[in-house]
Design a protein around this ligand. Sequence first.
Ligand SMILES: Cc1cc2nc3c(=O)[nH]c(=O)nc-3n(C[C@H](O)[C@H](O)[C@H](O)COP(=O)(O)O)c2cc1C
Ligand SMILES: O=C(O)C(=O)c1ccccc1
Length: 419
Amino acid sequence: MNAIQGTHSGEGSVPSHHDHYGAYQTEIYKKGMYEGINPAVTTNPNKLEEQAKEAMNRRGYNYVGGGAGEGATMDANRLAFRTWKMVPRMLRDTTKRSLKTTILGKEYPTPCLIAPIGVQQIFHEDKEVGVASVANELGLPYILSSASSSTIEEVAEANGDGHRWFQLYWPHDEAITESMLKRAKKAGYEVLVVTLDTWSLSWRPMDLDGAYVPFMKGIGDAIGFSDPVFRKQFKEKHGQEVEENIHDASLEWQGKVFPGAAHTWDEVRHLKDNWDGPIVLKGIQHVEDAKMAVEVGVQGIVCSNHGGRQLDGAIGSLEMLPEIVEAVGDKIDVLFDSGIRTGVDVIKALCLGAKGVLIGRPWVYGLGAAGKEGAREVLRGILADVDQSMGLAGIASIKECDESMLRRTFYPGDRFSNK
Ligand SMILES: Cc1cc2nc3c(=O)[nH]c(=O)nc-3n(C[C@H](O)[C@H](O)[C@H](O)COP(=O)(O)O)c2cc1C
Ligand SMILES: O=C(O)C(=O)c1ccccc1
């Protein structure tokens, strides 16, 4: 073994048995030194967004890069990570590292999941089906958004024997909700993720200035347009098939998934009655809501502020993680997202008590810059960074991540923006 090889010998291809994540680093050097091929997408987390911006069309970039309001919450998400610093341990045997972890009672090869991200066709034609195949290759659960440009069944096929979860934008229409859940279950989605923070879209200046919202033109509506109950309702109302009137179909589907009114805690019962499997509530930030989640009997929550895309001025998501973890104890699993950009960010969230983390914008930038290969490179980079950084911090396995590995410091010069 030598210094750049890390733990593993790293023979070239994508790991098929999911435990050679660190080998990607050696693979990059070998490809460059012996074949003259550099990575297609930058490995620098602070340059990734800029590279994607150059490669993507303006509207697609604005959609992913933008946030709510003045971007205060997006900044707060990054600042929160910067204020926690790792305190590494030495002379510990970390030669055999493992990223394996248990989430909702099931073992996964890593603590990372693919965050639900809608309308991927505006980023690249490889879209959801492409990323779902990459998820399988890398051993990451793929969380399919309700607002996708591929259907529930297409993504299941592309994901094959991989792990897949279904994210629900929760309609105020029980028949359609039941139909979506039934389709997801039939197509092998294991966990239901219910997003609570986006029953209506926030004030998003980058999209508003370009007067652009994709699903008004049928983009990102594939799950609705292929839904038998939605199609039947539409035909009864308009006397037309969805394909004959994309304009009205888009508006009507938008009214289902972004109904402009929140649900209430009582209504979680309907989901429990219609979903045979774990339910995770996404978008929890308040400690009392975390306790409510335990009370209504779901199995998990995602501590998330939607990547600063919903309530601007809301607190950085990582700020709330320790309190939420403490409040729910080991009664339910707490997952985390909003602001993860590096392998060390993943480790920090785990040290603060998250059982798993959802990766969002970074792989979307990879997808935009170089299609599914780009998404794969970004994700492999983050996983390799998790593996290497665990070793350097003296952590051999995920269960060793705890708050003793962190110290909170804040200096006025701390840089928190990626720009
Ligand atoms: C372009 C884009 C689309 C998204 N679409 C969805 C979605 O359909 N459903 C959902 O629950 N969350 C959605 N999210 C939120 C992500 O799941 C995740 O919470 C967020 O990206 C985390 O923030 P980060 O990417 O800055 O780390 C979306 C985020 C982005 C950037
Ligand atoms: O943009 C988002 O954050 C989001 O959740 C969404 C909304 C509509 C369609 C696709 C994704």
